[in-house]
Design a protein around this ligand. Structure first.
Ligand SMILES: [Zn+2]
Length: 358
């Protein structure tokens, strides 16, 4: 059975610039009779690209692999407050449909719902921004406040900004939180650990950057640093590959290596002999990587895909809109540098009792 609706060919997105014309998107017609294998490989299934939805598609793959999120959303029951434009309800329906049906468009209503809010069709999106929009809408539109808090707790990285007066050592503390750890990366070679270390590094505020000290009653040379207060079950790392230079956005193609496991405890433990944040993470906060959101292309035009490792599966899968296939860890490592680079990393906290668990 043929459908008249135009869909877009997998693998492609809207590319701008002559060098990408051979990859230019062209409308095709798709049929529901397409083999299910085209959409599904094991627990991961493909999603058609609608209106440049590759960014949302890649994020949906990561949400689908975040079983903890669906466990929370499943507690949401439709009510008068949850209509067709309710993001948490549509997200729940989509994630359930991605598991249980062969429907090639389980995300159709979710996309319509997103587009009815703040996200525009046919626009290149920033995955980290859309990630935050989806999670914020999921919380704000959740009729049950306990469930909204559960979603927040699942991703929330709680930190504390500490500004210490270098003259009198008085410390001003400001709490903050985020759904992702926004890491600056540098030209040349980076490791994920070095980027995290830089993020938490103490900085000296001198001259024009001096801070007002409440105790001294005047601006003083100070130090500024971020401290971890608590780490969530799902740790999202945002590699900030886009930089604004002279009003133009450019992409950093530099190398950032990362491993399948990450010990966040070392960042909590370092330099915590003074100004310790109570309840800060333990030295054995181990995480395991289960999703990588990839940006392909340039700063102003690109395409998003995702590497996913489902909870009950040792295999990595590559999801490029409607196409899904198994890959090796070496394939995931190819996103360390170049035009096809890891942009967001999702890690899951491992149980202390079972360090080898997935
Ligand atoms: Zn002071």
């Amino acid at each position: 059975m043929q459908h008249n609706r135009e869909a877009f060919e997998p693998h492609t997105c809207l590319w701008i610039g002559a060098s990408w014309t051979k990859m230019a998107r062209r409308p095709i017609r798709y049929s529901r009779s397409l083999s299910l294998d085209h959409y599904r490989a094991s627990e991961v299934r493909g999603l058609l690209n609608y209106s440049l939805s590759c960014c949302v598609n890649a994020l949906l793959q990561s949400f689908s692999a975040t079983t903890e999120l669906l466990d929370i959303l499943k507690k949401l029951h439709p009510s008068d407050k949850t209509g067709r434009n309710n993001i948490p309800l549509q997200l729940k329906n989509t994630l359930c449909a991605m598991r249980n049906t062969s429907n090639p468009e389980p995300h159709r209503y979710f996309l319509d719902c997103l587009y009815s809010h703040t996200i525009r069709r046919f626009t290149q999106q920033d995955a980290d921004e859309i990630f935050h929009i989806i999670l914020n809408l999921s919380q704000n539109q959740m009729p049950d406040q306990d469930l909204a808090q559960e979603i927040r707790n699942l991703y929330d990285i709680r930190m504390e900004t500490q500004v210490m007066c270098s003259e009198c050592t008085y410390v001003q503390r400001v709490p903050s939180s985020s759904f992702s750890l926004p890491l600056a990366i540098f030209e040349g070679v980076n490791t994920l650990e070095s980027c995290i270390q830089s993020f938490f590094q103490r900085q000296n505020l001198l001259d024009g950057d001096k801070c007002y000290c409440d105790r001294c009653g005047q601006k003083q040379p100070s130090t500024h640093e971020l401290r971890l207060v608590s780490l969530p079950q799902i740790l999202c790392v945002h590699l900030k590959r886009f930089r604004n230079v002279g009003g133009l956005t450019r992409k950093l193609y530099s190398r950032v290596t990362f491993h399948e496991t990450l010990n966040m405890g070392i960042f909590a433990a370092e330099g915590q002999s003074e100004n310790v944040v109570s309840g800060s993470p333990q030295a054995d906060e181990n995480y395991r990587l289960y999703a990588v959101i990839v940006h392909i292309g340039f700063a102003m035009s690109g395409h998003y895909t995702a590497y996913i490792r489902p909870t009950q599966d040792l295999t990595w899968y590559y999801a490029d809109d409607s196409t899904v296939h198994p890959v090796s860890w070496a394939n995931v490592q190819n996103t360390y540098e170049g035009s096809e680079t890891a942009y967001m990393l999702l890690y899951r906290k491992m149980s202390r009792n079972a360090p080898g668990e997935l």
